[in-house]
Design a protein around this ligand. Sequence first.
Ligand SMILES: NC(=O)C1=CN([C@@H]2O[C@H](COP(=O)(O)OP(=O)(O)OC[C@H]3O[C@@H](n4cnc5c(N)ncnc54)[C@H](O)[C@@H]3O)[C@@H](O)[C@H]2O)C=CC1
Ligand SMILES: O=C([O-])CC(=O)C(=O)O
Length: 329
Amino acid sequence: MVKAVVLGASGGIGQPLSLLLKLSPLVDELALYDVVGSVGVATDLSHISTKAVVKGYLPADDGLKLALTGADVVVIPAGIPRKPGMTRDDLFSINAGIVRDLITGVAKYSPKAFIAIISNPVNSTVPIAAEVLKSHGVFDPARLFGVTTLDTVRSETFTAHVLGKSPTEFTIPVIGGHSGETIVPLLSLASPAVSVEGEQRDALIKRIQFGGDEVVQAKEGKGSATLSMAHAGFRFVDSILKAVSGTAGIVENTFVYLPGVEGGEAVKKITGVDYFALPVELGSSGAIKVVNVLEKVSDFEKTLLPAAYTGLSANISKGVEFVVSSAAK
Ligand SMILES: NC(=O)C1=CN([C@@H]2O[C@H](COP(=O)(O)OP(=O)(O)OC[C@H]3O[C@@H](n4cnc5c(N)ncnc54)[C@H](O)[C@@H]3O)[C@@H](O)[C@H]2O)C=CC1
Ligand SMILES: O=C([O-])CC(=O)C(=O)O
């Protein structure tokens, strides 16, 4: 019996992500939690003739506790999205507290669940989650993931557009973090190999790094990527569920705590940061090992990495300090 929980289920991402989870043959029970609207979303989805039993929860009457109890996987798209002109870091002041409080619930009611964090800024919200879990003595680095799958999805799509190929053909490592220059697509390690050089390569990399801005601008103040993110979030959760149910060899790019995952210390020595996105092999216990693609990056890609390390280092420290200072209050 697999129970999946969506925290922030009534939102722009939460609703289509919940729909995709309701359609999954791997989900038996789906708990939808939000501060508004989740009972309506759950009732709507419950009419779909697939096996998952759906229930909606609100904060009243221990809703968070009931939603999380027995969870196998918890996906978190709760929090405010960007408007044009904002950076993801501008969301920190509101979303940091939301993630801290929701993860406190996870620590108390479903400490063994796999946790997939979508809420931005991911570079900071994942360290926040880790610190909260640590403070409750239940942090398992193999089970905490920052969802960077949309960067992977964009890499596949935009690269395929440039080359006139099908996006489903490509596997591309996307490393670093989830904002602007911290997103580093490794086109030199694409499979099948892609040949893009010079201005075309630079434009492709920029488009992948700033793909989120493209959607924010096109939505003209009405939010950021929701449907492509729901797809990406579902792809990631589906990979976890498949790995947990015994499918071997599944690899996804995701943002993890390096010292806690096999192979992570070697990557930390190069990057100097504790959290980093890179291809991670998934198994029944979650993140089994990281794939050290840093050993193989091209000379050009090496020039992109210092900016990613600097940006990440600041974002990670900000997340850690937020939890330390909220605990002191
Ligand atoms: N990791 C990634 O690649 C991406 C991340 N995002 C991020 O995902 C987040 C959500 O985006 P949208 O769904 O578009 O926003 P939205 O505003 O449409 O939905 C957010 C939902 O969170 C709920 N919420 C707020 N506080 C909550 C709490 N304490 N507990 C439970 N639910 C709560 C709201 O009621 C709302 O239903 C944003 O932070 C956005 O930046 C968006 C796209 C891609
Ligand atoms: O750009 C945003 O704010 C939302 C996001 O993370 C993305 O689309 O990659």
